[in-house]
Write a protein that binds this ligand. Structure first.
Ligand code: FAD
Length: 405
């Protein structure tokens, strides 16, 4: 039987799942082309930004694919040549395929609001998270009169998890450095009339109460209009802040529009029932126009779905049609607390947090062996600081009592 050359572009949740499934199967010669040599576990980035271990949100691809027959290349795909069935990268390398799977994820969208791209912090990569953490630290220690106004824009899961963790982390830095008690002002700004507008109202209310309990002020129905070095303009008002964190917008990867794919509403790529955008070009995860696109769980499901269909096709059987899978939403807010929502069921508090920990472990287990997944999960219990003062104190804390996140 002829070996099928499968090129997977994008080493995120969807691409990696497809690659793992196909690389274990003799019928396929799998190549993974991706922009980074590590897998980024976005759900724990907020922890990395607020004192957690960097390794908790990053796994080297070489570890994930150890002992598997796969060719891994680092590169940024720019052009699709349909005629010759090949992808070209920004540095001019070309990669051929019989079958192409695209899972490039999304990019930050500032909706052309002036100043945001220059002054706002983000939380979309390990680099973003570390830059924000360094800023939080530096600003508290170096400035004689530090600006203690922290503005998080976006009342979706990312904004909420960061808002939940930030007050505690700032207080920890201040305590470690014996900075006398100052009042911190953390605000979460959302344009919609409620937090988590895609989830049930009762969940929005519960999460809002929780944030209030943590000392976060929530501003609903407020629209960001611009940012300068010192201020954020919000619904006609100037809010002073040197720390604005933008979590309010993403847009589909520009590769698809630039390469003339059919784009649907929300900028997602149109596919058929097999997640095929065109003959032998499959699109997975955040890029595809599916009902639950935008979640890690959906991307993993899509990757597994496309891989299973390719295996079916290789055995001469018909491919199956895609059935969207209702996801479980888990939204942590502060230490040992999360809201968990599955269809009409929802629970919040410590039980929610336990479920979130279990979900992280299952996600790592999907990518690595049991012992490695356990180690990866356990890195989430540790802190990591480049500042000697904080590092020393967090070590002592870890020895003295179970770590909190
Ligand atoms: C801060 C944050 C927290 C989140 N928390 C959660 C959560 O708790 N639960 C949840 O379900 N979802 C969460 N999400 C969403 C979830 O991470 C995404 O839905 C998921 O990553 C989508 O997977 P994907 O495979 O489509 O894309 P990604 O995982 O984004 O992977 C895309 C890959 O493509 C690579 N790439 C990009 N451009 C190119 C190119 N031109 N050439 C080659 N490679 C390229 C990237 O480097 C990356 O490896 C979160 C997202 C963020 C940003």
């Amino acid at each position: 039987m002829k070996t099928e050359k499968v090129l997977i572009v994008g080493g995120g949740f969807g691409g990696i799942k497809a690659a793992l499934e196909l690389a274990r199967h003799g019928n396929f010669r799998v190549t993974l082309l991706t922009a980074h040599d590590n897998f980024r576990y976005y759900p724990t980035l907020y922890r990395t930004a607020t004192g957690g271990k960097r390794a908790n949100s990053s796994i080297p691809l070489s570890e994930i694919f150890k002992d598997l027959r796969i060719s891994i290349h680092k590169g940024v795909a720019t052009t699709l040549d349909r005629q010759n069935k090949q992808i070209t990268t920004a540095t001019g390398e070309t990669y051929g395929y019989d079958t192409l799977i695209l899972g490039l994820g999304v990019i930050t969208n500032y909706f052309s609001i002036p100043g945001l791209s220059d002054f706002a912090y983000g939380i979309k990569s390990n680099e973003d998270a570390l830059k924000l953490k360094a800023h939080l630290h530096k600003q508290l220690l170096d400035d004689q009169q530090p600006d203690l106004n922290y503005l998080i824009v976006g009342g979706g899961p990312t904004g909420i998890e960061l808002a939940g963790a930030l007050p505690g982390y700032l207080r920890t830095i201040m305590k470690n450095h014996d900075i006398r008690k100052k009042s911190i002002n953390v605000r979460l700004i959302e344009a919609a009339p409620r937090l988590l507008p895609r989830l049930p109202r009762s969940v929005s209310r519960t999460v809002r109460r929780r944030l209030k309990h943590l000392g976060v002020k929530v501003h609903l129905g407020k629209v960001v209009q611009g940012q300068t070095a010192d201020n954020l303009m919000v619904s006609g008002k100037r809010l002073r802040s040197h720390t604005v964190i933008w979590t309010a917008g993403v847009t589909n990867h520009p590769f698809f529009a630039e390469n003339h794919f059919v784009i649907m509403h929300r900028g997602k790529v149109a596919t058929d029932v097999y997640l095929q955008a065109e003959d032998n070009i499959f699109v997975v995860g955040d890029n595809a126009n599916t009902p639950y696109s935008g979640l890690a769980e959906t991307a993993v499901y899509d990757g597994a779905f496309v891989a299973a269909n390719l295996k079916r096709r290789a055995r001469g059987r018909d491919m199956k049609a895609y059935k969207p899978k209702s996801p479980i939403s888990v939204i942590p807010a502060g230490p040992h607390w999360a809201a968990v929502i599955y269809r009409k069921f929802h629970v919040s508090g410590f039980i929610g947090w336990l479920l979130r920990e279990a979900a992280d472990f299952v996600a790592f287990k999907d990518l690595e062996s049991w012992p490695k997944a356990a180690l990866q999960w356990a890195t989430g219990l540790d802190g990591e600081e480049s500042c000697p003062e904080c590092s020393d104190k967090s070590d002592r804390l870890t020895e003295a009592q179970p770590a909190t996140k």
